[in-house]
Design a protein around this ligand. Structure first.
Ligand code: ADP
Ligand code: F6P
Length: 321
C-alpha cells in the first residue's frame, strides 16, 4: 500500500523561498491524492504536536512571501535519541507516514537520524542562505540573500566614494564564506575575508594602499561573520591604511524578503521532487540541484543545435496553479 499522509516542516534558520517549496510540495501531494499535514515550528512542533492539515488554499499567495508560514525553531533537545523516538511516536500517532524537512545542515542531520534510527521515512530540501549544504549547487534562499547583500553594498559604495572611505561589511556565514566570497565578486569588493582562508592584514593593507595610489576612491571589504567581526578587521586595518573606515553589519536583513525568481523556481522544483521521491519510495535523501559547472561548447554545436524548452517545467506551472 502506498503512502497516504505526509508531513512537512521548516526548521533551523529561515530562508526566502521556503514557502514556495512548501506550496509546491503541498499542492503536488494533494493532486497526487495524498493528505498533507503541516508541522509548525520545526522539530519542536512535532514534540508539541502542532500538526494540522494543510489544504490547497492554505498555501495560496505564499510563494512570494519571505520567511516561513509554518514558522521555524531551533530544537536542541532533538539531538537526544529518546526525544527523537518520542517525536517519531507522535508522528505515527498523527498518521504521518513520511516527512519532508526543509532546512539547513542541522535540520537535515535531524532528518537523517529520524529516517535511519526511528523509522520515519524522510526527504530533505536544502533551505539555508549559507549555501554550505553538500550535494546541491544552490540552497533555497541563497540567491535572494545575495541580491539583498548586493543592493546594500552597492549603496555603501556610493557613500564610500563620496567620502573616500573604507567600508567593512559583515555578512552572515558562521562556518562558510560563500556569501562573503560571492558578494565580493558581484560588487567588485577589494577583498572577502572568509573562514576558509586565514587573513594576512599586512598584505591586505598593502594592496588597498596600492589601489588608492592608482586612483581608487572607495574600499569595500566583505567579511564573513565566522572569519572575524567587522570591528576586528577594521581595528587591524585602520592604522595600517590610515584612511577613515566605517562598519556595517548587515545581519538578519539577509534572511528576509520576497524570494527571487531563481529561488522560487528551485524551491518549486524541489518541493515537487520531494513528494515524487516519497511516492517512488526513495527516502533518506535530499533533493539537490546539480551540475552548474562551466563547459566548453563548440560553436558548431551552439549554432546548429536547438535548445529545447524543458517541458517538465511547463507541466509544473500547469499543475500547481
Ligand atoms: P540549520 O538547519 O539551519 O542548519 P541548526 O543547525 O540550528 O539550523 O539546526 C536546526 C535544528 O536541527 C536544531 O535545532 C535541531 O533540532 C536539529 N539538529 C541539528 N543538529 C542535530 C543533530 N546533530 N542531531 C539531531 N538533530 C539536530
Ligand atoms: O544558518 C543560517 C544563519 O543565518 C547563519 O548564517 C547565521 O550565522 C545564523 O543562521 C544566525 O542564526 P540566528 O537566526 O539564530 O541568529
Amino acid at each position: 500500500m502506498g503512502i497516504k499522509r505526509i508531513g512537512i516542516l521548516t526548521s533551523g534558520g529561515d530562508s526566502p523561498g521556503m514557502n514556495a517549496a512548501l506550496r509546491a510540495a503541498t499542492r503536488y501531494a494533494i493532486k497526487m491524492d495524498l493528505e498533507v499535514y503541516g508541522v509548525s515550528r520545526g522539530f519542536a512542533g512535532i514534540l508539541d504536536e502542532e500538526i494540522a492539515p494543510l489544504t490547497y488554499k492554505d498555501v495560496a499567495g505564499t510563494m512570494e512571501r519571505g520567511g516561513t508560514i509554518l514558522r521555524t525553531a531551533r530544537c536542541p533537545e532533538f539531538k537526544v535519541a529518546q526525544v527523537r523516538e518520542e517525536a517519531a511516536d507522535k508522528l505515527r500517532k498523527h498518521g504521518i507516514e513520511a516527512l519532508i524537512i526543509i532546512g539547513g545542515d542541522g535540520s537535515l542531520t535531524g532528518a537523517a537520524l529520524l529516517n535511519d534510527d526511528h523509522g520515519i521515512p524522510c526527504v530533505g530540501i536544502p533551505g539555508s542562505i549559507d549555501n554550505d549544504i553538500y550535494g546541491t549547487d544552490m540552497s533555497i534562499g541563497v540567491d535572494t540573500c545575495l541580491n539583498t547583500v548586493m543592493e546594500a553594498i552597492q549603496k555603501l559604495k556610493d557613500t564610500a566614494s563620496s567620502h573616500e572611505r573604507a567600508f567593512i561589511v559583515e555578512v552572515m556565514g558562521r562556518e562558510c564564506g560563500y556569501i562573503a566570497m560571492m558578494a565580493g565578486i558581484i560588487t567588485g569588493a577589494e577583498a572577502a575575508v572568509i573562514p576558509e582562508i586565514p587573513i594576512d592584514y599586512d598584505k591586505l593593507a598593502e594592496r588597498l594602499l596600492e589601489e588608492r595610489k592608482r586612483g581608487k576612491i572607495n574600499t569595500i571589504i566583505v567579511v564573513a561573520e565566522g572569519a572575524a567581526s567587522a570591528y576586528t578587521v577594521a581595528r587591524h586595518l585602520e592604522h595600517r591604511i590610515g584612511y577613515e573606515t566605517r562598519i556595517t553589519i548587515l545581519g538578519h536583513v539577509q534572511r528576509g524578503g520576497s524570494p527571487s525568481a531563481f529561488d522560487r523556481i528551485i524551491a518549486t522544483r524541489m518541493g515537487l521532487h520531494a513528494v515524487k521521491s516519497i511516492m517512488e519510495g526513495h527516502y533518506g535523501v535530499m533533493i539537490g540541484l546539480q551540475a552548474q559547472g562551466m563547459a566548453l561548447v563548440p560553436f558548431s554545436d551552439v549554432l546548429t543545435k536547438k535548445k529545447k524548452l524543458n517541458m517538465d517545467l511547463y507541466d509544473i506551472s500547469y499543475l500547481l496553479s
